[in-house]
Design a protein. Structure first.
Length: 197
């Protein structure tokens, strides 16, 4: 499988199913700004309009036409197989929540830790392990966006002044140390600029 981060903002995404698995997908898709359509005979509590289209009906092929992605999350294996065939015929990427091995894609648990985007996947085999690993990664919260921006600036100074051997040490610096090193480079450049005038 090829891991990618897909921008689904304002993209039409259809979910077939109204149970707990469908609800988890629904919440993620809504939070990412997708145009969500959910089709199910019944919905558990938690599905809210939120700009989504909730259709209380049996599945019809027309409901997946024009979708950018499809999540097949019904509890009827025969129906899921039919939706899979329809998706293939329409050339729409689909995820069978009950059978990841035959899906075009799988959903990977993605989280922002500090300024770092992290993705974890057990390919659906042990989802609880994803959460455990994510919790373990919380120790990297200090690498926030400000830290990474400063680290990137210091890295560019090291590259410019051919100090590539120093780059690997940056991740061990505190924010204050990075600021101090950047100031040294800026002072050096200001001094050099003044001497050349």
């Amino acid at each position: 499988m090829l891991s990618i981060a897909l921008n689904i903002k304002d993209r039409p995404v259809t979910i077939i199913g109204g149970g707990s698995v469908a609800l988890r997908k629904f919440k993620t898709l809504i939070s990412e700004g997708a145009k969500v359509k959910v089709v199910a005979k019944d919905f558990i509590d938690g599905f809210m309009d939120q700009g989504a289209e909730l259709i209380k009906d049996i599945y019809k092929k027309e409901y997946i036409e024009g979708a950018y992605l499809i999540f097949i999350a019904s509890d009827d294996e025969e129906l899921n197989a039919q939706i899979e065939m329809d998706a293939k015929a329409l050339g729409v990427l689909y995820n069978r929540c009950d059978k990841s091995s035959s899906s075009d894609f799988i959903s990977i648990n993605m989280k922002k830790i500090g300024g770092i985007d992290v993705s974890i996947s057990t390919s659906g085999r042990l989802p609880d392990l994803n959460k455990t690993i994510m919790d373990d990664l919380k120790k990297y919260d200090s690498y926030d966006d400000e830290y990474l921006d400063l680290a990137s600036k210091l890295r560019s100074y090291y590259i410019h002044y051919q100090k590539q051997d120093m780059i690997k040490k940056i991740k061990n610096y505190t924010k204050e140390e990075i600021l101090s090193y950047i100031k040294e480079f800026e002072d050096f450049e200001n001094k050099s600029g003044n001497e050349n005038e």
